[in-house]
Write a new protein. Structure first.
Length: 515
C-alpha cells in the first residue's frame, strides 16, 4: 500500500486543505489496520449552490445552501462495505471506517466476491478545475433576478393578460471532490455548474386551451461553465419568441394521428435518444441489479449478442464521453477513481458498449460468456461523498451526420412532422416501448412548415432506431445539461449531459396528447 504524504491544495473558499488530506490518509490507514485489503475514500469539503426563481416578475425564491460529506468503500474477506457521513472530523471518520469494515465482514458471509481493483499503475496527484470566464458566485443576486424579471416582462409585452403564468429560474453550483485510494491515487476536482430557464403559459381566454413554451429547453439548461454560459443566451429575445409561439399554438390545428416521417429536434431528442433510452445502457440495469425509476433494460436478455446486435440503422452512432468541454458529465476521474473515457455505445447502428464500472465489468462478462469488457467505462458517480457511487450516464453524444438542417427539411416528404421541445414522457420497465409529447410541432404542408399542437409520438425503441434516416450536421448539433436525473434507492440525483443534432426518421407513429 502506498499513501500520499505530501500534497498542497486549497478548497473552494481558499482554506488550507492539509487537515482534510491528513484525515483521508489516517482513515485509509485505519481501514487497513482493521483488515481491509483495499479502501477508497471520497471527501467533499463543501458543496455550495445558489438558486433564484421568479414568477410573474416577482421573486419567489432566493436560496443558498452548502453541505459537506465523506464516505469510504472497503474490501475485506471477499465482502464489500460502504459507509458515509456529513461530519468531517476524526471521530466520525473512525466510526465511518469501522462500520464500513463491519459491513464488508457481514456481506462476506453471504458469499465471497472477487474484488475488482483499480489499475495499480495509476498513482499520483491529479487536479481538475472547471474552465470558466466568469464566476457565477460573484454575480449579485439582484442581477440574476433582474434578468429573469426582464424576460418575464417581455412575455407580458407580447401577450398581455393572455400570458397568465410566467416563470424563470437560475441555479449555480460549485463542488470540490477529493479522492484517495490504497494505491496512492489522489484526485482533487472542482466543478462549477450554471444554468437558467424561462417559461410561459398562454391561453386565449379563461377556460380555453392552455399552451406552454420554455426557453432554452423544457428540462433546465445547464453546463459545466461559469456565468458566461447564461450571458451567451439572449433570454429577452427568447422570451418574446416562445410567447409568440405559445400564442400561435392556441390557434393552431391539433396534429393528425398516423404513421409519418418525423424530424425530431434536439430539445426533444436529447431526452428520448440521449437520456431515457440510454438508461437501458447502464451496466447494473443490464445485470438485473438495478430497477429503480423505470426498471431494467431490454439488453438483459440479449447480452451475449453485444458487438453484433443491430440496434439502429447505419446512421446511428452514440458515444459516452466524460471529457467534452462544458458537459455536466465531464470529469477527470469518476467516483471510484477510473480516468474519464470516450467510447461508443452504438457504432454504425451496432450495439457495442455499455456504461460500466469496475464491478459491473466482471458481472457483465459472466453474462456475456466471454471477456468482452476489459476495463471500467468510468461511469461511477455519486450525488455526494456520503452516497455510494452508481453506474450513471456521463455525457451521451449522438454523433452528427452530413445533412444540412435545411437540406433535411427540404428532402422530407409532405406530411412530415417536426417535433420541438419535450414536455411529457413515459417508457416501460425495459426501456423499450415509449411515448413522448412535445410543446410544439410543425407539419410540412405544400412545402411549408405549419404549426401543430398537442403532438406526441410513440413506438418500440428497437424498431424506431432502425428507421433512422440520418442526422443533421454539426452546425445544428446542441449539447444540453440535464440537472436532475434520478436513480437508486435511496434516490440520488445526478447531472447528465446530452448532445444531438436534429434526427430524421421514417414510419413514426404520431398521436394526439389528451385524445
Amino acid at each position: 500500500m502506498v499513501l500520499l504524504l505530501v500534497y498542497s491544495l486549497t478548497d473552494i473558499k481558499g482554506r488550507d486543505m492539509s487537515v482534510y488530506q491528513m484525515l483521508m490518509e489516517d482513515t485509509l490507514r485505519l481501514a487497513h489496520v482493521l483488515g481491509a485489503e483495499y479502501a477508497e475514500m471520497r471527501l467533499e469539503p463543501e458543496s455550495v449552490s445558489e438558486s433564484v426563481a421568479v414568477e410573474d416578475e416577482r421573486p419567489v425564491q432566493v436560496t443558498s445552501a452548502s453541505e459537506s460529506s465523506m464516505g469510504i468503500l472497503v474490501y475485506k474477506n471477499g465482502g464489500v462495505g460502504f459507509w458515509g457521513t456529513s461530519r468531517l472530523d476524526k471521530k466520525n471518520a473512525e466510526v465511518m471506517v469501522r462500520r464500513a469494515v463491519e459491513s464488508a465482514e457481514a456481506n462476506s458471509r453471504f458469499g465471497s466476491v472477487c474484488p475488482v481493483l483499480p489499475d495499480t499503475r495509476l498513482m499520483g496527484n491529479f487536479v481538475y478545475v472547471t474552465p470558466m470566464a466568469k464566476n457565477p458566485f460573484t454575480v449579485p443576486v439582484e442581477e440574476k433576478i433582474q434578468l429573469l424579471v426582464r424576460a418575464e416582462a417581455a412575455m407580458k409585452e407580447e401577450a398581455g393578460s393572455k400570458a397568465f403564468y410566467r416563470s424563470g429560474a437560475m441555479t449555480c453550483e460549485k463542488t470540490q471532490k477529493l479522492f484517495l485510494n490504497s494505491f496512492g491515487l489522489f484526485t482533487d476536482q472542482t466543478f462549477v455548474m450554471s444554468g437558467a430557464q424561462i417559461g410561459v403559459n398562454v391561453r386565449k381566454s379563461e377556460g380555453d386551451d392552455i399552451q406552454g413554451r420554455t426557453f432554452p429547453d423544457g428540462h433546465g439548461y445547464m453546463a459545466q461553465a461559469g456565468y458566461e454560459f447564461i450571458e451567451e443566451r439572449d433570454f429577452i429575445a427568447g422570451a418574446r419568441q416562445i410567447t409568440n409561439e405559445a400564442l400561435e399554438l392556441c390557434f393552431a390545428p391539433v396534429v393528425s394521428a398516423g404513421t409519418r416521417h418525423a424530424i425530431i429536434m434536439p430539445g426533444e431528442f436529447n431526452l428520448h435518444g440521449g437520456h431515457e433510452t440510454i438508461h437501458g445502457f447502464e451496466g447494473d440495469r443490464c445485470c438485473g441489479t438495478e430497477w429503480t425509476l423505470a426498471g431494467g433494460s431490454f439488453f438483459m436478455r440479449i447480452l451475449p449478442q453485444i458487438g453484433s446486435f443491430r440496434f439502429g440503422s447505419e446512421h446511428v452512432n452514440i458515444v459516452a464521453d466524460s471529457s467534452i468541454a462544458r458537459g455536466v458529465g465531464t470529469y477527470l476521474f469518476d467516483d471510484e477513481g477510473s480516468p474519464s473515457k470516450h467510447y461508443h455505445l452504438v457504432k454504425d447502428g451496432i450495439w457495442v458498449g455499455l456504461l460500466t464500472s469496475r464491478e459491473s465489468v466482471s458481472m457483465l462478462n459472466q453474462h456475456i460468456g466471454r471477456e468482452y469488457f476489459k476495463q471500467s467505462g468510468a461511469s461511477m458517480r455519486a450525488e455526494r461523498a456520503s452516497s455510494i457511487p452508481l453506474s450513471r450516464m456521463t455525457n451521451i453524444l449522438i454523433e452528427p451526420g452530413h445533412l444540412g438542417f435545411e437540406e433535411m427539411k427540404d428532402m422530407a416528404p409532405e406530411g412530415t412532422i417536426m417535433f420541438g421541445s419535450n414536455k411529457s414522457w413515459t417508457i416501460d420497465d425495459y426501456r423499450r416501448h415509449f411515448q413522448f409529447g412535445v410543446e410544439i410541432a410543425w407539419e410540412k404542408v405544400h412545402g411549408s412548415w405549419e404549426l401543430r399542437k398537442n403532438a406526441l409520438y410513440y413506438g418500440d425503441n428497437l424498431k424506431f432506431w432502425r428507421n433512422c434516416l440520418g442526422f443533421a450536421d454539426e452546425k445544428s448539433w446542441v449539447l444540453y445539461g440535464l440537472p436532475n436525473c434520478g436513480k437508486g434507492d435511496p434516490i440520488q440525483s445526478m447531472k447528465t449531459g446530452h448532445g444531438t443534432s436534429p434526427a430524421y426518421f421514417k414510419d413514426v407513429s404520431i398521436g394526439i396528447a389528451g385524445a
